[in-house]
Ligand binder design. Structure first.
Ligand code: 2P0
Length: 351
């Protein structure tokens, strides 16, 4: 008897232009396009194994060893249903192909980093889920096509289907068929850009992204300004900066967009705070580091960005990493011991 099983993994991505807000909560269609860098480090990944078997009684999923409910009509159920639909298209074309779309699946997924600590575990998780089912079902699908399905698991997951520099184009069609991820440049285009992740806290965050962003959509006038008058130009400018490997522009845009995302959170009713005092101190450190460099005739040396949590991600050219790490260790001595509340996660190439 054949065994139908496949394993795939997907990395975390960190947005430079932030996704925050949905125009369609069911299909997960965003209010603005976004752009991220996919990390290539081994210890920030989700790995997922899927198995299809006619003896299984229903679809089941385990996350880090604990079974999760697959609610009817929920995100997991939608992703599994959509992947089975693509498999059915293969089976319809190839009558001899095993009817895997009719078998229940068991899925086991593991993250090798803290879940829901603002480190985008849902992004790598849903990307790995979709990839493992695509491998199991031997789908001839392009990553952009798979991104349409991963998006319905978690918006930011669509960007983790590609390595390197990735845009999620918001699209305009009501059915979401043009709201997908596209590669801006592969990691090999700009391998000198590195990301340093500073885990300020690995506690579960207070306000989930999903509910937080809808509160913002409902109550923030600043979000409307951001959607209409800021992000479209910023998307074009950062793509240009990446293609030109222009770190100064990349850094300025990335920091400005992180700041505006957190400003929009503050403009929400009730206000949402994701950064803490340590996060803000790291901002001050990077701002000063850049100021001194520019004052001495140099350029920007590092860029910070924060997602829906207090952890800092610092993008920098490789040559600056040593200096940045020594600055962080100097001002945050806890970092050296890999202890809470500040843990230095490590450095890595991106893409
Ligand atoms: C991002 N974040 O672009 C932004 C920046 C958080 C801050 O994507 O509701 O977990 O599952 O679509 O994808 C977090 O949002 O939300 C996020 P859902 P998701 O990376």
């Amino acid at each position: 008897m054949s065994i139908y099983q496949a394993t795939a993994s997907a990395p975390v991505n960190i947005a430079c232009i932030k996704y925050w807000g949905k125009r369609d909560t069911k299909l997960i269609l965003p209010t603005n396009s976004s752009l991220s860098v996919t990390l290539d480090q081994d210890h920030l990944r989700s790995t997922t194994t899927s198995r299809a078997d006619p003896s299984f009684t229903k679809d089941r999923l385990w996350l880090n060893g604990k079974e999760e409910e697959i609610n009817e009509g929920g995100r997991l159920a939608t992703c599994i249903r959509e992947m089975k639909r693509l498999r059915r298209e293969v089976e319809d074309k190839e009558p001899n192909a095993p009817k895997l779309s009719t078998f229940p699946v068991h899925i086991s997924s593991r993250n090798n980093f803290p879940t829901a600590a603002g480190l985008a575990s849902s992004a790598s998780g849903f990307a790995a889920l979709v990839k493992s089912l695509a491998t199991l079902y031997q789908l001839p699908a392009h990553p952009s096509q798979l991104s349409l399905i991963a998006r319905q698991g978690s918006g930011s997951a669509c960007r983790s289907l590609f390595g390197g520099y990735v845009a999620w184009e918001m699209g305009s069609k009501p059915d979401g068929s043009d709201s997908l991820a596209v590669e801006v440049a592969p990691q090999s285009h700009w391998p000198d850009l590195h990301a340093l992740i500073c885990v300020v806290s690995d506690d579960k965050k207070g306000t989930s992204s999903t509910s937080g962003m809808q509160q913002t959509v409902e109550t923030s006038a600043l979000l409307q300004h951001r959607i209409k008058h800021v992000v479209p130009e910023r998307m074009e400018a950062i793509k240009k900066a990446i293609l030109a490997k222009d770190f100064d522009s990349f850094a300025r845009i990335t920091m400005k967009d992180s700041n505006q995302f957190h400003a929009v959170c503050l403009d929400t009713e009730p206000p949402i705070f994701y950064m803490n005092d340590v996060s803000r101190s790291i901002i001050a450190l990077i701002v000063e580091y850049n100021r001194v460099s520019v004052a001495n005739g140099g350029g920007y040396k590092a860029a910070y960005t924060y997602d829906a949590g207090p952890n800092a991600v610092i993008y920098a050219p490789k040559e600056n990493l040593k200096e940045i790490i020594s600055l962080i260790v100097k001002y945050f001595p806890q970092a050296e011991n890999f202890k809470d509340p500040f843990q230095l996660f490590g450095t890595q190439g991106v893409g």
